[in-house]
Ligand binder design. Sequence first.
Ligand SMILES: CC(C)(COP(=O)(O)OP(=O)(O)OC[C@H]1O[C@@H](n2cnc3c(N)ncnc32)[C@H](O)[C@@H]1OP(=O)(O)O)[C@@H](O)C(=O)NCCC(=O)NCCS
Length: 194
Amino acid sequence: MVVVEGGPTHAKACVALAESVAYRDGCDPSQGFLVGPLTPERFAYYLRHGVVRIARDGAGVVGFLIAYKSGSEPFAELSGYNDLTEWAGWHPNLSPDLLYIHQTAVARHARCRGVARTLYSALRTEFPGHDLYAATAEKPVRNEASLAMRARLGFVRVGTFRAAEAYGFKDFESGIYLLRATPDPGTTPAGYPA
Ligand SMILES: CC(C)(COP(=O)(O)OP(=O)(O)OC[C@H]1O[C@@H](n2cnc3c(N)ncnc32)[C@H](O)[C@@H]1OP(=O)(O)O)[C@@H](O)C(=O)NCCC(=O)NCCS
């Protein structure tokens, strides 16, 4: 498996992968899900304004990660969410170099083989010194796969986003998780070299 820069040729596979893991009634939320859609237009937008990385094996796309850097156009769109978030000990303004992880998805047949870990590791190698942050749905449905992944990679919970209605859910909550470029002194979380 290799990680490559996303391009227009990956649009169809990534949109299909996002659709296959979209939350829908009756799905098993413990296996992970995306709350927001990924349209071809939005994928093209992230190719222009964000960081799109693709995990690929011999058969094609097995995962993708979409992120954007502080100072970028999509990052500016986050300010409304940041204002509504209850922060605990950190705020995006405290990290000069920051990447927001918008979406990560891995095909079902390729799960639990380190694809997501490899995508995050590639991002950290490419953007040393950048803190990463991301949101994971916790109410009314908990994304257990994503929460487990965040814990294993060394993310810490730094905030709660609440909305009376979001992504089609009522009383929605997501946890906001931070992965620092360097671990806090005295700790060696799982996602860092010992
Ligand atoms: C969450 C998701 C991206 C994980 O991808 P993955 O390639 O299977 O994850 P990895 O194999 O790289 O696992 C990374 C770490 O997280 C842990 N992990 C991943 N999925 C897990 C699960 N379902 N349960 C428990 N732990 C899990 C792994 O054990 C691994 O830790 P380790 O290497 O120390 O053993 C994948 O399940 C997915 O695409 N789900 C649907 C979409 C989604 O939920 N995206 C995140 C939205 S916030």
